[in-house]
Design a binder for this molecule. Structure first.
Ligand code: IPM
Ligand code: MG
Length: 382
């Protein structure tokens, strides 16, 4: 038993040193890319697993359509990134194989289809690895249901919490398992700033800081405290503390939910609550997600790769809406707000106002391509 304990202590020491170094580096290196100043923006497209290649191909078609002139003028390049597949990742035993990561880093932004995440084992999730490798600290997830007066934007911390060391816990055979959760000062401040800046720029008056600081006193306690420190620079915005459990109830409480605007939360709570929020909007297939860092950004669907749809031969009926929403967020991020707004408008028409093609995920519904065609036709008529 002593042997295991000593090994665990050594491992914890190494993790601690590594995380201290990460926090210091975060503080030292702050350099935000200005997309307007780039001579060319390279958009990398990762096809992923399961339904991923199908829905990302549809997004690529949409980008080619929307950015036709910019691509022709050499201002934008769409680049296919091969190899971010579960087969290749298992073969190389890497969350993101080194050559794939090198290609990704040559791009400015990434549009990423869902990738399969294995339960257990040691192979880390490609999402988590990419968020860490590209330091994509702000996971921004909007949820909007106009007829219910819901307009929420979640700022999920994306590089810390249970996730950052989630694949590096310790085990004492036949006895126990231990995982680690980490919250750093700068890691918290930067997500808090992102949330409050967004609130300010968009005329929002309320930011909910959502934790379980009554139980996770160190990590969540510090998260809440630091968010309040940042909030002091935004006196026009009310910063409220909420616990994650009651907040999950609030989201389904029609009497209170429409008063919430912006949320800032540690990684795992953000993961869980954004699925709930997306379900209120119509399902995880309807939600897009932006993973923003100072240098890189990655845009993705919030759902998984739906391997069952492929096994049952239903891949072509997959819903591309989440990838289209991710595409919209990407366009806005790289400075094409007008095109993003057009896409948003067309999505509302195609899914709510004149839903000519309904996607059910089965053969009684439209195909991904039919829906994509209808969307592009709608955009051209705007
Ligand atoms: C998400 C997903 C990922 C996460 C998985 C696939 C690792 O659920 O983006 O919300 O937990 O972050
Ligand atoms: Mg999730």
């Amino acid at each position: 038993m002593d042997k295991y304990v000593n090994e665990a202590v050594e491992q914890f020491k190494a993790l601690l040193e590594e995380q201290i170094a990460r926090e210091r580096k975060m503080e030292a290196e702050k350099c935000v890319v200005d997309f307007e100043k780039l001579p060319k923006i390279i958009i990398g497209i990762c096809g992923g697993d399961g339904i991923g290649p199908i829905i990302s191909a549809e997004s690529e078609r949409l980008l080619q359509f929307l950015l036709k002139d910019e691509i022709a003028a050499g201002k934008i390049e769409l680049r296919t990134i091969e190899g971010l597949t579960i087969e290749n990742r298992i073969a190389k035993n890497r969350a993101i194989p080194d050559d794939v990561l090198a290609e990704i880093k040559k791009c400015n932004v990434i549009l990423k289809a869902p990738t399969t995440t294995l339960k257990g084992g040691t192979l880390e999730s490609a999402n988590v690895a990419m968020r860490r490798e590209l330091d994509l600290y702000a996971n921004v997830r909007p949820v909007c249901v106009p007829d219910k007066n819901i307009d929420w934007t979640f700022f999920r911390e994306n590089t810390e919490g249970e996730y950052v060391l989630g694949s590096r816990g310790v085990e004492i055979p036949d006895t126990l398992a231990f995982d680690f959760k980490v919250t750093t000062n700068e890691g918290t401040r930067r997500i808090a700033r992102a949330a409050f800046e967004y609130a300010r720029k968009n005329g929002k008056t309320n930011v909910a800081i959502v934790t379980k600081a009554n139980i996770m006193k160190k990590t969540d306690g510090r998260f809440s405290e630091l968010c309040h420190e940042v909030a002091a620079d935004y006196p026009e915005i009310t910063a409220e503390d909420w616990y994650i459990d009651i907040m999950t109830a609030n989201l389904v409480n029609e009497r209170v939910r429409d008063r919430f605007q912006v949320f800032v939360l540690p990684n795992l709570y953000g993961d869980i609550i954004t699925d709930e929020a997306a379900q209120i909007q119509g399902g995880v297939g309807t939600a897009g997600s932006a993973n923003i860092g100072d240098k890189y950004a990655m845009f993705e669907a919030i759902h998984g790769s739906a391997p069952r749809m492929i096994e049952e031969g239903r891949g072509k009926y997959a819903n591309p809406t989440s990838m289209f929403k991710a595409t919209e967020m990407m366009l806005s991020h790289i400075g094409y707000k007008d095109k993003a707004d057009k896409l948003n408008r067309a999505l509302v028409i195609c899914t709510e106002e004149k839903p000519k093609y309904i996607i059910t995920g089965r053969s009684d519904g439209a195909t991904c391509t039919e829906f994509g065609d209808y969307l592009m036709q709608t955009i051209s008529e705007l």
